[in-house]
Ligand binder design. Structure first.
Ligand code: ADP
Ligand code: MG
Length: 614
């Protein structure tokens, strides 16, 4: 049989490699910014059009390239940054694979202009899909400009796969922030569709954070500083009272490189233990400097994980440094500085979320009471016998609601009508009661109806907001004084992209620009004190849910608002409120599921109950 194996032509190999390196415009941004930093630039400008789909350009004042290097830089595995395998373990640059430019050039129209300081003239190269179109001499300032146009022009599937402008811009800003926060000693600017999004002068870490995240950031920061033989930690954590509902502002930089590490994140959470409101996340901006020999970043070109030689020690040091800072700045009430750090690293918790322990208290427990004073009894005894009647609380009013034909066919959720309720009662008030401030219980023909109050209300609000947005009939409440809220410019960019829909739900903006949001009115269902939480949640949802067209953006907005505004589990409801909720739920188009597709209620028919009694 003939030999079948052939080497792939370079442009094909490059396209395949490109799939690894370039997932979206933000990946190009990251690679170009990192190259500019590696080139020693002190001023870097990023220009974007249409979320990078039309243009991504990075202009730097770094060391530039010679004619030969300019041409070579587009070859695969062409790099000036490492020469031998050993160099891999002593990396001081961001790049080292020599893959990025080759990959980008394989799937876009690339234009490179570059000049070294010592040269009179520079080089101008145009490449389209790995093919050199032209190479000329050019007069340019010292440094490099690389413009990447029409990304994925030759891979329509990838191009179509790109998300909305909002989402892709969001990814680009995320990359930009990660790079700019890691390098406060470099001046950066960013422009999108001709307007300036960021202008970051050379500064220190604190000033950089304040310029990126807005004026009030300064007072929220607690400095963290620790130097040991293996590691230097510097940076800031956010004061606990400013903890956010979102995980947005959590940054680790190792040797000026943004990384993600759930293990180290756990160390910070451990340091904050007991200081945060439930459901909030500490912000942190921590810079770790370690010997490059002790880390391995060679895992994957686009991944942000790295391997540490001694994760254990790192965990303990980080935890105690943060704890120490919180204590020094009078934030943590109780401190234990002299714990043994080696006892401190909970291996089994490595990738786990921190859960607050649940505390159950039995208020009726009396240690001197004969019934449980055998000396071994548990204090968690649920019901003392004298309280057994309480099991029936709320049932008195139910009367004889159960005198019905129990052979009735099983209740089907999708064939839901009012006939589900007892015939004689459906016309009147629906009698309900709450259990554990969580479920609303109601008797129906076939047995019992149990409604999850939080999910049910989400459904009701969700349909209401969808209606508002599509029919544009929302009612706003005017605020006596305009409400100013602080958001970062990235967050404001998200709000701007949703402005129209938000207005349709009843928000009235008097200002929504660079660093301020000012509201004159809010939807009637939103309490003023709750506005910032609602918007914060919304931004978080936009970031995480990645809606890709206008329809799903509306849908997501409605879901997000419904989620943050729905009555919570644990909230006591009056009988009238319960009744109103039940009525509104069953007036919905799809009462049986929450906006996130979970059951809003369950039914238990008498056969089910009978089985339980067997
Ligand atoms: P890597 O960064 O891994 O070396 P790249 O494909 O990103 O690979 O870049 C290839 C080479 O091109 C780099 O090693 C560097 O020598 C050169 N280069 C790329 N961008 C710049 C720049 N902005 N300024 C100077 N040289 C650059
Ligand atoms: Mg590179």
């Amino acid at each position: 049989m003939a030999d079948l194996i052939q080497l792939l032509p370079d442009h094909v190999a490059n396209q395949i490699a490109a799939g690894e390196v370039v997932q979206r415009p933000a990946s190009v941004v990251k690679e170009l910014l990192e190259n500019a930093i590696d080139a020693g630039a002190t001023t870097i400008k990023l220009i974007i059009k249409d979320a990078g789909k039309t243009l991504i350009q990075v202009i730097d004042n770094g060391k530039g390239m010679s004619v030969t290097d300019a041409r070579l830089s587009f070859e695969r595995h062409a790099t000036s940054k490492i020469r031998t395998a050993e160099d891999l373990f002593n990396l001081h640059t961001k790049g080292f694979r020599g893959e990025a430019l080759a990959s980008i050039a394989a799937i876009a129209h690339v234009e490179l202009k570059t000049r070294q300081d010592e040269d009179e003239v520079g080089t101008h190269i145009k490449i389209e899909g790995s093919e050199v179109i032209s190479q000329e001499v050019i007069v340019v300032p010292k440094g490099t400009s690389i413009a990447v146009k029409n990304l994925f022009f030759n891979i329509p599937a990838r191009r179509n796969f790109l998300k909305s402008t909002t989402v892709e811009t969001r990814h680009i800003i995320d990359e930009f922030n990660r790079v700019t926060l890691a390098h406060p000693n470099i001046s950066f600017s960013m422009y999108h569709n001709g307007s300036e999004l960021f202008q970051l002068p050379i500064s220190n870490k604190r000033q950089r954070l304040v310029t990126v995240f807005g004026g009030k950031t300064n007072e929220k920061l607690v400095p963290v500083e620790e130097t040991t033989e293996v590691l230097k930690i510097s940076g800031f954590v956010g004061k606990p009272e400013y903890a956010k509902k979102t995980r947005g502002e959590q940054f680790f930089f190792v040797n000026h490189r943004f990384i993600k590490s759930s293990y180290l994140n756990h160390a910070i959470n451990a340091a904050f233990e007991g200081l945060l409101r439930e459901g909030t996340h500490a912000s942190y901006f921590l810079y770790l400097d370690v010997d490059p020999k002790t880390i391995d970043i060679n895992i994957h070109p686009t991944k942000t994980e790295i391997k540490f030689e001694d994760e254990h020690t790192l965990y303990a040091l980080l935890r105690s440094a943060v704890k120490h800072s919180l204590g020094q700045f009078n934030i943590a009430p109780v401190l234990d500085f002299d714990h043994n750090s080696s006892m401190d690293t909970p291996y089994s918790y490595k990738n786990k979320e921190v859960l607050n322990p649940k505390i159950e208290v039995d208020r009726s427990f009396n240690p001197f009471n004969d019934q449980n004073s055998n000396g071994f009894s548990t204090p968690y005894k649920k019901e003392s016998t004298s309280h057994w009647e309480s099991l029936y609380v709320g049932l008195e009013s139910k009367g004889n609601a159960s005198q019905h034909d129990f052979s009735e066919a099983q209740f089907e959720t999708d064939a839901l009508t009012s006939s589900m309720f007892d015939d004689d009662e459906s016309a009147k008030v629906i009698k309900t009661f709450q259990i554990q401030n969580k479920y609303i219980v109601n008797t129906i023909k076939s047995g019992l109806l149990l409604i999850d109050q939080h999910r049910a209300h989400q459904r009701v609000l969700y349909e209401q907001f969808l209606q508002y947005i599509t029919v544009k009939e929302a009612v706003s409440q005017q605020l006596l004084f305009p409400l100013s809220l602080e958001f970062t410019s990235t967050e404001i960019a998200i709000l701007q992209s949703l402005k129209e829909q938000l207005e349709d739900t009843g928000f009235i903006f008097s200002k929504l620009d660079k660093d301020i949001v000012e509201l004159k009115g809010v939807p009637v269902s939103v309490v003023e004190s709750n506005v910032s939480v609602v918007l914060e949640q919304l931004i978080n949802d936009v970031e995480n849910e990645v809606p890709d067209n206008n329809f799903s953006q509306t849908d997501m907005l409605a879901k997000s608002l419904a989620k943050s505004l729905a009555i919570k589990t644990g909230q006591n409801l009056t009988e009238l409120e319960q009744e109103h909720l039940v009525n509104s739920l069953f007036a919905c188009k799809e009462p049986s599921i929450s906006p996130t597709n979970r059951a809003t209620f369950i039914t238990m028919n008498v056969e089910d109950l009978d089985k339980k009694f067997n």
